[in-house]
Design a protein around this ligand. Structure first.
Ligand code: SAM
Length: 218
């Protein structure tokens, strides 16, 4: 999706993807990030997710990246956090102890911007992107990550004909297309979540599964 699409969504507060509570699958499968206290977790396209605070509470360092300045400002303001704000290359960096959010374009990230990443938590990033951009997304990830990094990915799987994204459907064949060349793929959970997603039912969905993967960079 184009930048303007997301800027508009934040401006109009059309952020049905945001949940105030911590994602249950992060709480359940967070250990699959496979890192110890002090490890650094990358949260691409983080919005204003409170999942970053949960990760911080587990003793991890957190690095988020988010396009929308409104989202980044809201994350810190709504959590009463006073961020140290400075320019870092192309990005505006918001930082508190242990947690940094870069405001800018994920696709512009270079290794120097992110530093060492020990694990990735992807909820709402890959599913937000149409097919061609998904290829660009994994190419960028592959550039930023070293071997043995674990990616905890929360995907959605539904009949794409029933609704246009975002969120887009990512069936196992699509996960294989994107990751099998450079990651080991392990499906951890496959849960029917249709009943919990009234808004997506209204958009026409009759089937919806949330699928949790652990991907390990080869
Ligand atoms: C579906 S939302 C998910 C947000 C968050 N991960 C969550 O779980 O609530 C997708 C987010 O990606 C952000 N985004 C879209 N394109 C981006 C880009 N090129 N670089 C950085 N962030 C981007 C949007 O502004 C939006 O906040």
């Amino acid at each position: 999706m184009e930048h303007n699409f997301w800027h508009e969504r934040w401006k109009m507060n059309q952020i049905g993807f945001h949940r105030d509570e911590i994602h249950p699958h992060l709480q359940q499968y967070g250990s699959k990030l496979g890192i110890k206290s002090g490890g650094r977790v990358f949260v691409p396209m983080c919005g204003k997710t409170n999942d970053m605070l949960w990760l911080l509470k587990q003793g991890f360092q957190v690095l988020g990246i988010e396009l929308s300045p409104l989202a980044v400002a809201a994350f810190f303001a709504e959590n009463d956090l006073q961020a140290n704000i400075r320019q870092q290359g192309e990005f505006l960096s918001y930082e508190i102890e242990g947690l940094q959010v870069l405001c800018g374009d994920f696709f512009a990230l270079q290794l120097d911007d992110v530093g060492e990443i020990d694990a990735v938590y992807d909820r709402g990033a890959l599913v937000a992107l149409p097919a061609q951009m998904r290829l660009d997304y994994v190419a960028k990830m592959a550039q930023l990550l070293k071997s043995d990094v674990n990616i905890l990915l929360i995907a959605l799987n539904y009949p794409q004909v029933e609704m246009s994204g975002p969120p887009f459907s990512l069936p196992p064949t699509e996960i294989a297309r994107l990751y099998q060349a450079w990651c080991e793929i392990d499906l951890l959970a496959n849960e029917d979540v249709l009943a919990q997603e009234a808004a997506l039912q209204k958009r026409g969905l009759t089937q919806l599964h949330e699928q949790v993967y652990r991907l390990v960079v080869k």
